[in-house]
Ligand binder design. Structure first.
Ligand code: F0G
Length: 476
């Protein structure tokens, strides 16, 4: 992605690719959108994609592939054992991340399951900058618990600090000195940090966590699922690393940690995941779990075709024009929302533009599912689907979320600036009519599982009234 200055003086992000394969989308009438919400239990994850005009629920597995990636499908070696594709991917991991051993699995949470099964025992405590719900769930399934060390700056939705995903190193040090080492099998770092608005962690902070971990003899685990955005932010916000290439930055990061895992639905623009490391004993432990639960270790949970595409996707990821496409569109959205007074998480983070549902819907109570209600309202007035990042995104046993946000994800290379401008426009209209957004309640607690899938019902007929008002505005 690059930016251009228009004749008018306005600066806009501009796509550094042209489109050769397209997928038609349709905008169903506003009444049908209310009906679709009914069918979906008012949860954007339960909507059928054919009823969605602009799909901003996630970028996961939804980033557009390059022509080279699509072409690579045909190179796949589907051999059950020892496939050429696997060795190609392992070599790419070695080249970019410098890790000797690579294990493919079917997606990010499968990495987490393999790692938790391999290393977490009952009563263990895992430090992390912030939790991600799937890793938290896997840790708990093994009887462990996460302990968060995010600096206070990350726990606010405002401010302009460029690295709100940073660890509080002093607190971590204190915890490690006071806790028996046997209870801490690993220290997890999430780069960038999903649930606080896609905020990045700085390289200096990663190096500091790594130094502390080494001092205490504890292995470090880096979740690189959102690393593309994090790399871009290090390159653009860290003075010391401005002149480094993306390859140099990711290598510095990888060298600082023992084990890396990632959702290949995000990093690598394919559908899969991977774990890599240098320690042979750790490799054997994780490999045995992969063999039991995912598949033979040279394909794990992945199709060889996806692995070929992921291999090319890793090279694509080393290109600043490619990785900046998400953050540049997100920054554009955040700036436009700020102009209109719409509350958003600042500074602009990765993965998506995050609306602050607590402030957007401050007329509703904390237990009114502000995030889910706002996500439903956005769908009604635009046909765009975001996702709530609040209570519904937490593991089943949790009854309150640290934030109620709505994320409008920006899958890379999928939507154009006119799509983005349309969504911004409809959300601004909604903000001016925000008092019409009402509360949500559990529809059926027994089938609501959090982890993105809940079934909710609106309190009263606010959705129908909102749809009516929107129609009156003549915007459709
Ligand atoms: N770690 C992080 C930081 C993630 O953002 C995700 C997924 C995972 C692990 C799990 O990966 O979905 O492939 O199993 N995030 C998706 C999202 C669901 O849209 O936020 P997965």
């Amino acid at each position: 992605m690059s930016k251009v200055r228009l004749y008018s003086g306005e600066i806009i992000p501009i796509e550094m690719h042209r489109v050769s394969t397209v997928h038609p989308i349709r905008l169903i009438p506003v009444e049908d959108r209310v009906a679709a919400l009914d069918e979906a239990g008012n949860c954007s994850y339960n909507l059928k994609s054919e009823d969605v005009f602009i799909d901003m629920v996630t970028d996961s597995g939804f980033n557009a592939m390059s022509d080279a990636q699509a072409g690579a499908f045909h190179l796949a070696d589907f051999a059950y054992a020892g496939s050429t594709t696997y060795y190609k991917m392992a070599a790419k991991i070695k080249e970019i991340l410098g890790k000797e051993y690579f294990l493919p699995v079917h997606q990010g949470r499968a990495c987490e399951q393999m790692l938790a099964r391999s290393f977490v025992r009952k009563g263990d405590l895992i430090p992390t900058n912030f939790h991600f719900c799937t890793f938290l769930a896997q840790t708990r399934l093994q009887g462990g618990e996460l302990v968060e060390f995010l600096q206070d700056k990350g726990l606010t939705t405002g401010g302009e600090d460029g690295f709100k995903g940073d660890y509080d190193i002093e607190k971590l040090e204190r915890f490690l000195s006071e806790t028996p080492k046997e209870r801490i099998p690993l220290i997890r770092i999430e780069a960038g940090t999903n649930l606080i608005g896609g905020q990045p962690i700085s390289m200096d902070n990663i190096l500091a966590v790594s130094a502390v971990a080494k001092k205490h003899g504890i292995r470090t685990l880096l979740d690189m699922s959102l690393v593309m955005d994090n790399l871009h932010f290090i390159k653009t916000r860290d003075e010391k690393r401005r002149d480094m290439s993306v390859r140099e930055i990711i290598r510095e990061m990888a060298d600082a940690v023992d084990i890396i895992y990632f959702s290949g639905r995000k990093l690598g623009f394919a559908r899969g995941g991977g774990i890599c490391m240098n320690d042979h004993d750790d490799y054997i432990t994780v490999r045995n779990n992969v063999s039991c639960f995912e598949g033979f270790p040279t394909f794990g949970g992945m199709s060889s075709a996806e692995m070929e595409a992921m291999c090319v996707g890793f090279d694509d990821t080393m290109d600043e024009d490619v990785i900046s496409q998400g953050p540049d569109f997100i920054e554009y959205m955040v700036d436009e929302f700020k102009k209109h007074g719409v509350p958003v998480v600042t500074p602009a983070g990765g993965l998506g533009c995050h609306l602050d549902a607590d402030r957007f819907c401050d007329h509703l109570g904390k237990k009114d599912f502000r995030g889910a209600a706002l996500a439903a309202a956005i769908y009604i007035v635009s046909g765009a689907r975001g996702m709530e990042r609040g209570l519904s995104s937490e593991p089943p046993e949790d009854s309150i979320a640290p934030f109620e946000l709505v994320r409008l994800a920006v899958p890379r290379r999928v939507y154009t600036l006119s799509h983005i401008r349309y969504v911004v426009d409809r959300v601004c209209w909604l903000y001016d009519h925000r008092e019409m957004i009402g509360a949500m309640r559990w529809e059926d607690e027994s089938v609501s599982a959090h982890m993105f899938i809940d079934f909710l019902r609106p309190v009263g007929d606010w959705r129908e009234r909102l749809a009516e008002e929107y129609k009156k505005a003549g915007l459709e």
